[in-house]
Design a binder for this molecule. Structure first.
Ligand SMILES: [Zn+2]
Length: 274
């Protein structure tokens, strides 16, 4: 086991970022009169896709590659530039139908006149954006000073939603990395970026931390990676048991963190102090 010095880095808080730049060619025409959002279905390019909703066109591309498209999967590779705006239009139209089925008078209720569109935009371009945009580029640096000390990054603010109810999950993540002399290091802010990309999808906390650990192992090739996530689940607080204090804590330990109980203890004890 290499000698370890403790390096604790404060993580940048994840700011709510505006949507990434995308081609803004309108994929469909939307007219809004007195709260009724009418959306003309997006016309796809190829002949056999003509007249199909954009979601079906994208779904066909995914199925042709036999890829998975669960709630927590990223499907950016199947979406062409400009199509996210078309998806917003399609979701807005269907969200309007949901509001109508909830017997909400979106015509005279000024508060809900544009709710369908706001929710659609929020899902596609903000809170579930990690499904639709490419993985953030991670500049890797060679480990020139041959660091092999325990690094702890965190707390990184986590904003996600459960895939069961689409209720918010708000919490914090700490990442422990024990790099090898050969590891490629990534900039500190990239841990936050990568975390945000994974969390901005309907998720299950247990799967989200595993996905993040897999990704970090693949990118950094460290001797060990550890992740602890501590979060409030609004599907327990807002609905269901309505327990305001219920929290969920998960951890993933890989490599040295799994084998070396001293290292694991050291990591966990440092988190308790924070
Ligand atoms: Zn839930």
């Amino acid at each position: 086991m290499p000698t370890k010095k403790i390096v604790i880095k404060a993580a940048a808080k994840l700011a709510t970022k505006s949507a990434p730049k995308l081609a803004t060619k309108p994929a469909s025409k939307v007219s809004s009169t007195k709260g009724i959002v009418k959306t003309v279905p997006v016309k796809a390019v190829s002949k056999e896709d003509a007249g199909l909703p954009l979601s079906v066109v994208i779904r066909r591309r995914i199925e042709a590659q036999k890829a998975r498209f669960h709630a927590n999967d990223n499907i950016a590779a199947f979406i062409k530039p400009g199509e996210l705006d078309g998806l917003v239009d399609e979701v807005a139209e269907k969200m309007q139908a949901v509001l109508e089925s909830l017997v909400i008078d979106t015509e005279s209720d000024h508060n809900t006149q544009n709710t369908s569109r706001r929710v659609a935009k929020m899902f596609v371009k903000e809170v579930f954006n990690g499904r639709y945009i490419e993985q953030p580029t991670l500049t890797k640096f060679p480990n020139v000073s041959r660091l092999n000390e325990l690094m702890i990054i965190g707390p990184i603010t986590v904003r996600s939603a459960c895939s069961h109810h689409l209720c918010p999950i708000m919490g914090r993540i700490w990442i422990g990395v024990l790099p090898s002399k050969e590891s490629a290091l990534i900039g500190l802010s990239k841990y936050s970026r990568l975390t945000e990309w994974v969390m901005c999808r309907p998720q299950i906390q247990e799967e989200a931390v595993v996905e993040l650990a897999d990704m970090l192992e693949k990118k950094i090739k460290p001797i060990g990676v550890a992740i602890v996530m501590d979060a409030d689940h609004f599907c327990m607080q807002w609905r269901g048991v309505k327990d305001r204090d219920s929290k969920m804590v998960n951890s993933v330990m890989r490599g040295a963190f799994l084998k070396d109980s001293n290292l694991r203890r050291e990591f966990l004890s440092l988190l308790e102090k924070r």
